[in-house]
Structure formats: structure tokens, C-alpha cells
Design a protein around this ligand. Structure first.
Ligand SMILES: NC(=O)C1=CN([C@@H]2O[C@H](COP(=O)(O)OP(=O)(O)OC[C@H]3O[C@@H](n4cnc5c(N)ncnc54)[C@H](O)[C@@H]3O)[C@@H](O)[C@H]2O)[C@H](O)CC1
Ligand SMILES: [K+]
Length: 497
């Protein structure tokens, strides 16, 4: 997994890299600027593009000056630099780069006030005003300048971090941020890039290697990690020769009510297609024909007969919740499951809402269980939150205190582990924003547990594979039932590469 660093850890790595690699901070700035220019010229190869580089007077501004010089050398000759000099402070490396640029042919203008900016001829603006050094919300002249640039409606490419964007901590949608079409960020994505509030400020992100000491970075402690494909390949086990259905476990999916049988069908079919040796669905009698017709591979027990028909030890994994509703019978079934199945349970949808309404059930959730809420279910369980950052804080805390893995669904789904980490899943697409997706995920995770994966690995694999299957084909929308059909192939591609 890739660890995600705080701004302070980034500064620390910066200094450590200079010492261990015998580099000056100016040389590191040059490396970072070269990496930016490489990524920039791949995205915007047109050398006639009119570009304005807006620089602050710290190291982000220093990068901006070096970037302008390097772009000019690369043939981007319709280029000018604007320096926002709203204070007397400047960094040494900014000053050094200013000397270099002043001896070049690039026009440089200094703004002492935001009001001095009237027309902007450039088609594209490079934002090098402030990066990771942001220490308070934008105000005064800088805020006015950023608001003015935002109104220009130009393409904006930010250096490292958009000006005014906090790399960690709670964001407010009312914050003033220079809205970026693209952020070319140094070495690691910043944690707030993964939270939904960032959508209003950032359209696309590219992370470039600037030559920081990776060995050192990996030694740094952080609660935040990004899941990579390697984590999936290293976890997924091949199906060995001479194995049989008994090798891959028997999963029980408790789902569905007469009017919401679709949830049970999707969940059970996803469980089967993820590779559980056997899948049984516990459903109402009204759903039996649908189940037998739609997924003949899945066996059934009737939820009204559970007391006679259910033998817990038959099942290596149990998933409960999709479409069960909130009837007293569902509450009784959930309570029975949590009390009697003394292994981890995958808890989703209506089961989470029932726990939200009957908080005493929290106490009987088996150790190691998996909770898979979407944002509303998360808030019903743990209380209202005003920002996604606050949810991250709560998720980390609750996963530890409950001894459970909590998966909070999102564009970058967050997985809170029992040992206090927050893992971001990179796969998935807005095409997956449609009904039934969560039911499918419950089936996938339950299936991986039945096959012998630990609940935490099952969640990591489940979130990644679910998202990867949704991305395939780049479709406008992926109905949950089509995603299920892709699962066997998606799993196979991820263990064979
Ligand atoms: N390891 C790396 O990632 C490298 C990063 N580089 C670049 O350096 C910046 C960070 O530079 P720094 O000098 O620390 O800060 P900034 O340039 O972002 O900010 C300058 C300065 O601005 C002041 N300030 C902060 N908040 C406000 C505010 N709200 N209003 C007004 N002024 C404000 C504060 O005093 C800051 O110090 C990083 O993003 C990269 O672009 C290196 O070039 C290479 C290695
Ligand atoms: K910036």
C-alpha cells in the first residue's frame, strides 16, 4: 500500500532527501519542476498555448518560476509570469529562481494588489501561488486575486496543490480555492484529494515522482493508505488443482423481502460469481420462484423457517441486510444472527439501519465483523457529521473500539481497519452510481470470507474488485446485474498480472 503523507511529513521528507541524496533544496525544486513540466507537456503538447504562471513568493512560487523557465526551454514561448508580492517575505529558493528568470526572455510582472490584474490574455493558468505551506484560509489580497482568477474561467493547472486547498483536515465548501482542472501533485496524493468536498475544487489529479527518498517515505507512520493493484495480486489466491466446492466455503446471504427480492438476488448471485463454493440465500417464501429461476446455483432456506432450518456451523460466512426491511421479523432475524453466529458477519443496508434504531445491538456484533454503510447509513449509526474529514476521524475511532472493519462507500471508498488505519480504494467510477451496487458488494465480501480470506482482506479485495469491474468498458452506467457478470473475469485479471 502507498502511505499518504501529511504536509509536515512531506516537508520532513524534503529535508531528509536533501541530506541523504546530497542535494540542495534548490536542486530538489528543479527536479520537482522538471517532473511537473514532463507531465504538463504530455497533457498539453501544443507549444502555441498562451500560458500565464501565477507565482507566490514561497517554494510553490519558486517551483512556478522554475517551471516557467523550463517550459520556455521546451518551446512554450507564449508565456508570462505574474508574481503576487503581497508581503515582504520570500523563500531563498524563490529568490534564486527569480534571478534566473529575470535574465531570461520571459516577461515577468509583479502585482502588489489584486486590483492590478485587469485582463488576462493567456488561455491556461499555472497556479503556483501557494502549495502545502497554506496555514490559514485565504484572505485579503490573495483571496481577492484567487476569486478574480476563478472568474476568468481559464484552464487552470495547479502545482502540487491548488492555492487555498487544505491537504488535510476538515474542508469547507465555502473556502476560497483556486479551482483546478488538473493538479500535478508531488510524489504522493494528499489525503483530502480523496474526500468528496474536493470535487468542487479539483477535476483531475496526476501524481509525479520528484525523486524523494521512497525508502524513507515508506518508513513514515500514517493512518492513511492508498490501496494499489499489487495489494490485490498479493492477496488473491489461485484456485488450485484438485480443489472442489468444499474448498471454497459455504456462504449464507440473509436478504430480501417480498417487495425487495432484487436485493437478495443481486447479493446471492454476486457471492456465487466471486467464487464461494456454495451459496445459500435466506429469503421469504414469496421470493423462492424468483431465486430458483434467476440463480439456480443458489440454494434457499425460508426466513420464516429459520428456527428449524438453520444450522450456523454449515456456513463459513454470513452476510445480512440487503432488502430485509425494518419489520419486527427482520429485527428478530438480525438479533438471532448477531447472537448465534459467533464468527464475523457482513452487515449492510437495512441491517445497519436496524442497528441505528436499536443501538443496544452494537454490543452483540461479533468481533471482526464487517459493516458496509453508505454515507447516510454511516451517519444513522454514528451520528450526523458536517464534513467528510469528521467521518474519517469517526471511522478510524469506531473501527478500533468496535473491533470491526468499516467500509464507507464513496468514489474512493474508505476502509477503516481494526488497527486504526484508513485505506482508500482507488477503483470505481460514477457509472456505478445506481441501485443494487451495495447489495452486490455485500455478496462479494461475504464470498471472499467464505473462501477463507480474513474479513479485512475480504473487504480490501471486495472493494477493489467491485470497483475494477465497474470501471471496465468505460460505460455511461453499469447496472448492478451486469457488473456481477464481469466479476469472474475481473478477479482472474487481477491475480494473473
Ligand atoms: N517535498 C516536496 O513536496 C517539495 C515541495 N516543494 C514545493 O514547496 C511547496 C511548499 O512551499 P512552502 O514554501 O512551504 O509554502 P508555500 O509556497 O505553499 O506557501 C508560501 C507561504 O505562504 C504563506 N501563507 C500560507 N497560507 C497563507 C494564506 N492563507 N494567506 C497568505 N499567505 C499564506 C506562508 O507563510 C507560506 O510559507 C510545495 O507545495 C511544493 O510546491 C519544493 O519545491 C520541492 C520539494
Ligand atoms: K498551487
Amino acid at each position: 500500500m502507498e502511505n499518504i503523507l501529511s504536509a509536515a511529513q512531506m516537508r520532513d521528507t524534503d529535508a531528509h532527501t536533501c541530506t541523504t541524496f546530497n542535494l540542495s533544496s534548490l536542486q530538489l525544486m528543479e527536479q520537482a519542476s522538471q517532473s511537473f513540466v514532463k507531465a504538463f507537456s504530455r497533457t498539453y503538447p501544443e507549444r502555441y498555448l498562451k500560458i500565464a504562471v501565477y507565482c507566490g513568493t514561497g517554494n510553490n512560487g519558486g517551483d512556478g518560476l522554475a517551471i516557467a523557465r523550463l517550459l520556455y526551454q521546451e518551446g512554450y514561448n507564449h508565456l508570462d509570469v505574474k508574481i503576487a508580492r503581497f508581503s515582504d517575505k520570500s523563500s531563498d529558493d524563490f529568490d534564486a529562481n527569480l534571478v534566473d528568470i529575470e535574465s531570461s526572455h520571459i516577461p515577468v510582472a509583479e502585482l502588489k494588489h489584486a486590483a492590478e490584474l485587469d485582463v488576462e490574455e493567456a488561455e491556461l493558468i499555472i497556479d503556483a501561488l501557494i502549495g502545502s505551506g497554506l496555514n490559514k484560509p485565504l484572505e485579503g489580497e490573495l483571496r481577492m486575486l484567487v476569486e478574480k482568477i476563478n472568474k476568468l474561467d481559464k484552464v487552470v493547472v495547479a502545482v502540487d496543490i491548488p492555492t487555498g486547498f487544505k491537504s488535510e483536515g476538515a474542508m469547507k465548501l465555502s473556502d476560497t480555492v483556486l479551482v483546478a482542472d488538473l493538479v500535478i501533485s508531488f510524489q504522493r496524493a494528499k489525503v483530502n484529494f480523496f474526500l468528496p468536498e474536493s470535487a468542487g475544487f479539483i477535476r483531475e489529479i496526476k501524481v509525479v515522482d520528484i525523486g524523494l527518498n521512497e525508502h524513507y517515505i515508506q518508513s513514515l507512520q500514517t493512518p492513511y493508505y492508498l490501496i494499489t493493484q499489487k495489494d490485490i495480486t498479493s492477496r488473491l489466491k489461485r484456485r488450485a488443482k484438485f480443489t472442489h466446492k468444499g474448498t471454497y466455503g459455504h456462504a449464507l446471504i440473509i436478504a430480501g423481502a417480498p417487495k425487495t427480492m432484487g436485493a437478495a438476488l443481486l447479493s446471492a448471485e454476486a457471492c456465487m460469481c466471486t467464487g464461494a463454493g456454495l451459496t445459500t440465500a435466506c429469503v421469504p417464501e414469496e421470493g423462492l420462484t424468483a431465486l430458483n429461476t434467476r440463480v439456480p446455483e443458489v440454494m434457499a432456506i425460508l426466513n420464516e423457517n429459520v428456527n428449524e432450518d438453520l444450522t450456523w456451523k454449515t456456513y463459513q460466512a454470513v452476510g445480512i441486510g440487503p432488502g430485509i426491511g425494518s419489520s419486527p421479523e427482520s429485527l428478530a432475524l438480525l438479533t438471532k444472527t448477531l447472537k448465534e453466529y459467533n464468527k464475523p458477519v457482513v452487515i449492510d443496508a437495512d441491517a445497519l439501519n436496524l442497528i441505528g434504531q436499536h443501538h443496544e445491538l452494537m454490543q452483540i456484533i461479533p468481533e471482526g465483523s464487517v459493516l458496509t454503510p453508505h454515507v447516510k447509513e454511516f451517519d444513522r449509526l454514528f451520528g450526523e457529521h458536517v464534513s467528510w474529514w469528521d467521518r474519517v476521524v469517526t471511522g478510524i475511532d469506531r473501527a478500533k473500539t468496535m473491533g470491526c472493519t468499516i467500509l464507507l462507500k464513496n468514489q474512493y471508498t474508505m476502509i477503516f481497519t481494526r488497527d486504526g488505519k484508513c485505506l482508500f480504494n482507488p477503483t470505481g467510477s460514477p457509472a456505478m452510481a445506481s441501485g443494487g451496487m451495495g447489495d452486490v458488494l455485500t455478496g462479494i465480501i461475504t464470498s471472499f470470507i467464505a473462501q477463507g480470506y480474513s474479513p479485512e482482506d475480504a473487504v480490501i479485495l471486495g472493494a477493489y474488485i467491485h470497483g475494477a469491474a465497474g470501471e471496465e468498458g468505460n460505460d455511461y452506467v453499469v447496472p448492478a446485474s451486469s457488473l456481477i457478470k464481469r466479476l469472474p473475469a475481473t478477479i482472474a485479471t487481477n491475480y494473473s498480472t
